[in-house]
Design a protein around this ligand. Structure first.
Ligand code: SF4
Ligand code: SF4
Ligand code: SF4
Ligand code: FES
Length: 965
């Protein structure tokens, strides 16, 4: 095997046991936990036993018979992968007889295998080839004339990998990977004996089957049978670097395998603590956007948004942006400009943007797209537990007895975590799902939720409070835990409040749509691990809550987060493994961008700008006076722009036109500004309103760190030079310097050192530590030098846990005769957020347009059939999508995704928002749905504007810089 691609493989999974056994292997004494296989024990003793069907990410199968060993006192030649080590065993892994047997096995394999090693895409990285060498096989006696599979057809249907049946040795690793690692059960071995072959679904192609293209089978395959197409095209990689996925908040570690500056493949990193070697279709395969022809790699400027773009040098673009920002501030005041940084950017980039705004702009007008997703998490968890972050590691779910998933769709939004969770559910943990839609995890192979509380959108608080009512009034509280760890006064007030009859499941049933008996059952299960509450008085089981944007993106998003924290405290489910309150973060660095002080009211580490002590620390370090009043949030920036007091915006990596609610309102606000600077990979929807375009850099082109939903800080490593010369952090520095506030970091490592020096929870974080540990979970400081996997262990960060009263207030967004349905939105596995990245990959083959899901009754009432074009009208606007008639919906509720700009999902969403944080209420919009025959007026205008901006881009030319106004 190519040396640099080698990954240590212990053959079988690690076993945990308090008992150890000592045995002798080839004369070496070795001690291993009870239950460890002989194969793994041998690797521990430094001895590799030949193998093909075994790999340490999968349970042993014992089919290839290559790993045979001899054991003193035992007859025959047992397979070392399936034989557990026992105390006192004497094992031999090498002998003339074993060599002969292994050679015979290999001869059979090779006799039905093409002898095309030299031209095979896996040449040099193939376990079959390695084993032929290890066993000393030099020729095959049987010839190739008899029955064989050498002409078996290839399945090329998946855009990212091929299945070449002629090379399959039927080792079953792919089938087990699909079952054990991914949990999809898409593959089987069809046929028997000689006829047996791997088959997706019922003899379907990979694309027709249930396969979700996670790549686990490709990773597990020891031959070139399942092979990445990129490897077939580009050949075996030459070098590699460990980095972190730039898509969702799971934060999977990857090995970027390269040839020169070209990515050959992204291999999930076995030692990645968030993913343990697993991946999903996005991180594993959808990286082609980074080199897509739509990338804009030259800076551009223009005076008006109806002008063609002018290509200019970096110096000209930066000087123009700086002079415009200065002019605007001189004319309209210090607070007339601001900055927005995407939660897709690195921690170091986020930190620099907020520093630029506070130190160079001189105000606090900085915000991030976390505003529109998880800002209620930050607020709600800080109020109750004392820290604005999730409490656990992902691995913690392996110790959960009950898992409550609320307003999250992990199999689509957080797929690698979903696989981990599904594994635990298959082992017997119980599942409660609270979601308006029947999402996949409610019922999937070998998994069935005990309860699916299919609530009406917008009634989360009523449901959470009714769960609390049941727990309190049925005596299911963790009294001792509460007495020891929680604040008495707030607890007593909360207990009195939730006990009120109006908060009972029966009283709220009409509002929530959740049958009272179901809700009571779910509450008992969460609190006690048993549906009838029988375990109430004994020890509490581990119950964990995982939630997503279906909780936060509501007018009472923060209230629901606090209600969730109340539930966890009331049942003693915070502060150890297997429990906790776990926000599933949408984008890769939502946690990090919040940690870095990207909100207008907080400096890094969630410290309020009005705190004089904290502010003076930053003032001393940065050498400037800082404002003590919070700045503008994103929606306030739009309102101020329309009022004429906000005129300039620096927007790094964020597409506010597509991702923020009420698109037309956003567009009008942008049109009212005088200088919009967009820094991005592509001319996104926001860039169509921009006056300066600064090319961005992809995660492959820069160094930095991302912080995932577990507070885990992982390295992003540059594997190729920036396509447009600069990494994003360097561009922010250039702009700051041009504005007269010097920034001179040589490497993002220096930025992290500054973050650590100024942020108590990051005090111990350094690139050196991350390199040493692989990743580190904050808080990381003197008290926790290697980070903190589980939070609030002995006491809550705020001291005593605080219960908060969660009064249900119905959304202003009401159904009426005119708007009788409720629209809710979400994601799909193959696309990501506004789709700017995934739409520029083959992932479109799974999902090429946003569609409207509607219940058969609602469809029939309106004469809508599957695939029909339907108009969706709300109080904010209207758009047209194709309908999918589906029983996943409940009557009265419709659903769509928001990955394609032309869909205009956010044309319909209103500007209602969370009372505490302004997080938009994306999940509740009253709409009417009707069959139509043409696109909506907004869509027609969108097409015209899109065409115009594409032409203006095509007409771009080099020339003299546009002079400032
Ligand atoms: S790609 Fe993933 S889902 Fe598809 S068959 Fe392989 S393991 Fe199963
Ligand atoms: S496709 Fe690969 S992993 Fe699956 S049985 Fe064949 S050789 Fe084994
Ligand atoms: S689960 Fe998330 S982080 Fe992991 S590979 Fe998929 S998109 Fe990337
Ligand atoms: S590796 Fe043990 S039987 Fe295949």
């Amino acid at each position: 095997m190519l040396e640099h691609l080698k990954v240590s493989d212990f053959g079988t999974p690690k076993r945990e046991s308090e008992q150890e056994v000592t045995l002798e292997i080839d004369g070496n004494q070795v001690t291993v936990p009870k239950g460890t296989s002989l194969m793994r024990a041998a690797v521990d003793a430094g001895i590799q036993v030949p193998k093909l069907c075994a790999t340490d990410s999968l349970e042993p199968f014992g089919s290839c018979r290559l790993c045979l060993v001899e054991i003193d006192g035992r007859k025959g030649y047992p397979a070392s992968c399936t034989t557990p080590a026992e105390a006192g065993m004497k094992v031999r892994t090498q002998s003339p007889k074993l060599q002969e047997l292994r050679k015979g096995v290999m001869e059979l394999y090779i006799s039905d295998h093409p002898l095309d090693c030299l031209t095979c895409s896996a040449n040099g990285n193939c376990e079959l080839q390695d084993m032929a060498g290890v066993t000393g096989l030099r020729n095959v006696r049987y010839g190739f004339d008899g029955a064989n599979h050498l002409k078996a057809e290839k399945d090329e249907s998946n855009p990212y990998f091929t299945y070449d049946a002629s090379k399959c040795i039927v080792c079953n690793r792919c089938v087990r990977a699909c079952e054990e690692t991914q949990g999809t059960f898409a593959l089987t071995i069809s046929g028997r004996g000689f006829e047996s072959r791997v088959s997706p679904g019922m003899d379907e192609s990979f694309m027709e089957s249930e396969c979700v293209s996670c790549g686990a089978c490709v990773e597990a395959c020891p031959t070139a049978t399942l092979q990445e197409k990129s490897v077939i095209w580009l050949g075996q990689p030459e070098h590699s670097k460990i980095t972190t996925c730039a898509y969702c908040g799971v934060g999977c570690g990857f090995k970027a395998e390269m040839k020169g500056n070209e990515v050959v493949r992204m291999v999930p990193w076995k030692d990645g603590a968030a993913n343990d070697g697993h991946s999903c279709v996005k991180g594993r395969f959808a990286w082609g956007y980074a080199t897509h022809r739509d990338r804009i790699t030259t800076p551009m400027i223009r005076q008006k948004i109806s002008d063609p773009w002018q290509v200019v040098s970096w110096e000209e673009a930066i000087a123009h942006a700086a002079s415009e920002f200065k002019r605007i501030q001189a004319e309209h005041g210090r607070d007339s400009i601001g900055g927005i940084v995407s939660s897709r950017c690195t921690n170091e980039e986020g930190y620099l943007v907020q520093k630029l705004v506070r130190a160079a702009f001189g105000n606090n007008n900085v915000d991030t797209c976390a505003r529109v997703c998880h800002s209620p998490t930050g607020y709600g968890l800080k109020q109750t537990l004392g820290e604005s972050a999730g409490t656990q590691t992902f691995r913690s779910v392996e110790k959960s007895d009950v898992i409550l998933v609320m307003g999250a769709n992990p199999t689509d939004g957080h797929p690698v975590f979903a696989s981990r969770m599904k594994k635990r559910l298959r082992e017997g943990a119980k599942l409660i799902v609270i979601d308006p839609r029947r999402i996949d995890i409610v019922k999937s192979p070998h998994i069935k939720a005990e309860y699916h509380l299919q609530l009406r959108p917008g009634t989360n608080v009523a449901v959470v409070t009714a769960l609390a009512h049941t727990i309190v009034t049925e005596g299911l509280l963790a009294e001792q835990y509460i007495a020891e760890r929680c604040d008495d006064k707030s607890f007593n007030e909360w207990r009195e409040f939730v006990s009120r009859p109006e908060n009972s499941p029966e009283a709220t049933e009409a509002t929530t749509g959740v049958p009272a008996a179901e809700l009571r059952g779910a509450a008992r299960l969460y609190a006690t691990g048993a549906g009838d509450g029988t375990a109430a008085t004994s020890s509490h089981p581990n119950a964990a809550i995982y939630y997503g944007l279906g909780v936060t993106e509501h007018s009472q998003g923060s209230t629901t987060v606090m209600g969730i924290a109340n539930l966890a405290m009331a049942t003693g489910n915070v502060g150890r493994e297997g429990v906790g309150v776990n926000p599933l973060r949408g984008q890769n660095n939502v946690q990090g961008s919040c940690d870095m002080g990207s909100f207008p009211h907080e400096l890094p580490g969630y410290r309020h700008v009005s705190d004089t002590t904290v502010r003076s620390e930053f003032e001393a370090a940065w050498g400037v006076a800082l404002q003590s009043e919070p700045g503008l949030r994103i929606p306030n920036m739009f309102d101020a722009a329309l009022d004429g007091s906000f005129k300039g915006l620096y927007c790094e990596g964020e597409d506010i036109v597509q991702s923020d609610p009420d698109t037309q309102h956003v567009a009008h606000a942008l049109e009212a500004m005088e200088c919009i600077v967009v820094q991005d990979l592509f001319l996104n929807e926001t860039a169509k309103y921009a006056h300066v375009f600064l090319p961005g850099s992809s995660f492959l082109e820069k160094d930095g760190t991302f912080t995932n939903a577990e507070r885990r800080i992982s390295r992003v490593r540059k594997v190729m030079p920036p396509k447009a010369k600069y990494a994003d952090w360097e561009v922010t520095m250039l702009l700051s310097n041009a504005l007269g506030y010097p920034m001179n970091y040589k490497h993002p490592e220096e930025i992290m050192a500054e973050i650590a020096a100024l942020t108590p929870t990051f005090a111990g974080v350094s690139y050196q530590l991350i390199d040493k540990l692989g990743s580190v979970q904050w808080p990381c400081n003197n008290e926790a030098p290697n980070g903190t996997p589980t939070m609030h262990v002995d006491q809550f960060v705020r001291g005593k846990g605080r219960f908060i009263i969660t009064k249900y207030v119905a959304s202003d967004e009401k159904v009426t005769r005119k708007f009788p349905l409720l629209l809710t939105t979400g994601r799909i596995l193959s696309q990501y957020n506004v789709g700017a990245q995934t739409r520029r990959t083959e992932n479109n083959q799974w999902h090429s347009e946003d569609r409207l899901e509607i219940h058969p009754h609602d469809a029939e009432d309106r004469g809508i059939k599957d695939g029909d074009w339907v108009g969706i009208q709300s109080r904010a606007g209207d758009t047209v999508l194709r309908a999918v008639v589906s029983e996943r919906m409940q009557p009265g509720v419709v659903y769509t995704t928001f990955h394609f700009p032309e869909s205009g999902a956010n044309v319909i969403t209103t500007d209602n928002s969370d009372w505490a944080t302004n997080c938009p209420e994306y999940k509740v919009t009253a709409v009417q749905v009707m069959p139509v025959t043409q696109a909506s007026q907004w869509q027609r205008e969108f097409s015209r504007n899109d065409l115009m901006q594409t032409r203006l881009l095509e007409q771009r030319h080099a020339g003299d810089a546009v002079t400032s106004k």
